[in-house]
Design a protein around this ligand. Structure first.
Ligand SMILES: [Zn+2]
Length: 72
């Protein structure tokens, strides 16, 4: 069974977004080009994992990302 993840382009640079799992217990979306990223969302089960993925994908798609750029 395959699932397609609908990730928009990076809200900062229009680069490709990647769904990244770390340590098997949290997930975020990060831009392959500029390293903008969403917050991490933790999960403790397969069900929570799915919900966590959906959460970070949603945050990404609405442009709620963190960048490491300095200066406001
Ligand atoms: Zn980017």
């Amino acid at each position: 069974m395959e699932e397609k993840v609908m990730l928009e382009e990076c809200p900062i640079c229009r680069g490709p977004g990647m769904l990244l799992h770390e340590g098997g217990w949290n997930v975020q979306v990060e831009c392959a080009d500029c390293s903008a990223h969403t917050v991490y969302v933790e999960y403790g089960s397969e069900e929570e994992k799915k919900a966590a993925e959906e959460t970070v994908i949603h945050l990404w798609n609405i442009g709620k990302v963190v960048t490491s750029e300095r200066g406001e």
